[in-house]
Design a protein around this ligand. Structure first.
Ligand code: SAH
Ligand code: SF4
Ligand code: F3S
Length: 473
């Protein structure tokens, strides 16, 4: 299976559609006295946020300004997630609630896109149960959004496009509208090949495909020129970057190239997979001054039996070794992970192994999820006889362990001086600004000389579970 690089000719066509809609919108704006407005809403992960920024870029190009609510908007785009049932029901709930708006204003265009709608059974369900939705497009059709919107605005009743080859697409040259501020997402690859047995992502995002390194370097240079200082490289498994490219390059080589871009900025990346994270990667992180000493390395379970059934491709021992090596190279490493509690067949002993690993390693941050059955994945047909209450109790037990450990890690920062990037304002009055440490930890800060968008040194005065509190020095 070969990915498709969308030709520049096809991209040019999309620009033609955008210009056409922009002209149409300019005329409409004259009649109604203000620019047309678009509202976007995103569920799911950073990849999806990055995708929404591409949709926002196209909407901007088509002459829409940002609406603060769906009520004000002429176009509504809901970018959905399918990773857990909860994400789906929230998105569908929101779409359901829009039926009143559609009745009151039939000319509003409602678009549903992203991972949830890319699932095989979804287009039918939306056709039948959500008549208020005008346009449905999957992850593979994202770059064709202007064409789909054009078709709807020029007479097509409802437009559905969840087609596309699972090998996937790379579309360069479309506009991106970021939020401004200090942080930016930078996608380096799309899709996933790992097929962890619980996970829907490979089915809805297609196969792994890497962007050309030249394009990534160029985008980073632009971001730095625009003043972004905290840049996160995105991919479902960044450690397999480059495997599908003709250029011999891996993720570590890419980091070295990006680290060489001039300017004062920090590079982060997510997500890493323990089966592909290498010593070379940790050596490279340690050697690159602009690469944050931060690692998000999901381990999912501390039980080898469960890891095997999850098709994760590593053991708990391998995970321990990786962390030991990484911490050896980077003593100040900030470490986070994802865990699934209640995978089919998880016993009390399996769970205790997970909890023990959390206790042993001491993460700075953990994202813990209750297993959610995804239809079409292998785990969906595995026997699962653990009662929900038992899973829930394990989940809470894990949270307690995690909170104790996280608090201990936080407390260890008290009195220390840290370099932070000030990035916003906080609700508190005593520490009115927010910042991030190089490791990505939240710091509420106070003191003289702090400026949003700039790096500063702060001394940590107190700590809580979720936040450090510091004063400029
Ligand atoms: N590519 C990343 C994760 C993407 S999904 C990786 O492999 O680490 C983010 C997290 O959601 C996963 O790490 C996993 O912990 C969780 N997750 C995925 N599928 C899930 C499911 N069916 N139920 C519960 N949690 C799930
Ligand atoms: Fe899902 Fe596994 Fe791929 Fe992550 S690596 S996106 S958990 S299949
Ligand atoms: Fe969700 Fe799709 Fe991300 S399923 S977690 S939005 S890749």
């Amino acid at each position: 299976m070969q990915k498709t690089v969308v030709s520049q000719e096809q991209i040019a066509h999309q620009y033609e559609y955008m210009q056409f809609i922009a002209r149409m919108n300019a005329q409409k704006a004259e009649v109604c006295g203000h620019k047309l407005r678009a509202f976007t809403q995103t569920f799911g992960c950073q990849q999806n946020e990055a995708d929404t920024q591409r949709i926002a870029g196209m909407l901007d190009e088509m002459g829409y300004e940002k609406a603060e609510s769906a009520q004000q908007a002429d176009v509504i785009v809901i970018n959905t997630c399918a990773v857990r049932e909860h994400a789906e029901s929230r998105a569908l709930g929101n779409v359901g609630a829009l039926s009143h708006l559609k009745k009151a204003r039939p000319d509003v265009t409602i678009c549903l896109c992203g991972c949830m709608v890319q699932q095989e059974h979804m287009p039918e369900k939306i056709k039948k149960s959500y008549p208020q939705v005008d346009i449905v497009f999957g992850t593979h059709a994202l770059w064709r959004f202007p064409e789909l919107l054009y078709r709807r605005l020029t007479g097509d009743k409802r437009v559905f496009d969840t087609s596309g080859d699972a090998a996937g697409y790379i579309a360069e040259g479309l506009p991106i509208l970021r939020d401004g501020g200090t942080k930016a997402w930078l996608s380096i690859m799309y899709g996933c090949n790992n097929f962890c047995t619980y996970c829907i992502v490979p089915y809805v995002r297609g196969r792994e495909r890497s962007r050309d390194p030249q394009q990534i370097v160029h985008e980073l240079e632009q971001l730095v020129a625009e003043g972004y200082k905290d840049i996160t490289l995105l991919g479902q498994n960044v450690n397999s970057y480059g495997k599908d490219l003709d250029t011999p390059i891996d993720f570590s080589d890419l980091l070295v190239r990006l680290n060489a871009v001039p300017g004062d900025f920090l590079l982060r990346f997510m997500t890493s997979h323990p089966k592909d994270a290498s010593h070379k990667l940790f050596d490279t992180m340690a050697a690159c001054d602009k690469v944050a000493k931060q690692l998000h390395l999901p381990f999912q379970s501390g039980s080898d039996t469960i890891l095997k059934r999850m098709n994760r491709g590593y053991t708990a021992t391998h995970y321990r070794e990786l962390i030991a090596y990484a911490r050896g190279k980077m003593p100040d490493l900030t470490l986070s992970s994802d865990i699934i509690v209640g995978f089919p067949g998880e016993t009390e002993q399996d769970f205790e192994q997970t909890r023990a690993l959390v206790d042993e390693i001491g993460f700075d941050m953990l994202y813990t999820f209750l297993y959610s059955k995804r239809s079409g994945t292998p785990a969906a047909s595995m026997p699962d006889d653990t009662p929900h209450e038992v899973k829930q109790e394990r989940f809470e037990r894990l949270l307690r362990t995690q909170d104790e450990r996280v608090q201990a890690r936080q407390d260890a920062y008290a009195g220390k001086c840290l370099r932070v990037l000030v990035d916003g304002t906080s609700k508190g009055t005593e520490y009115p600004l927010t910042a991030r440490t190089e490791g990505g930890l939240l710091v509420c800060c106070a003191g003289d000389g702090l400026k949003i968008g700039e790096f500063a040194q702060v001394r940590i005065e107190k700590t809580s579970l979720r936040c450090l509190f510091g004063r400029s020095v």
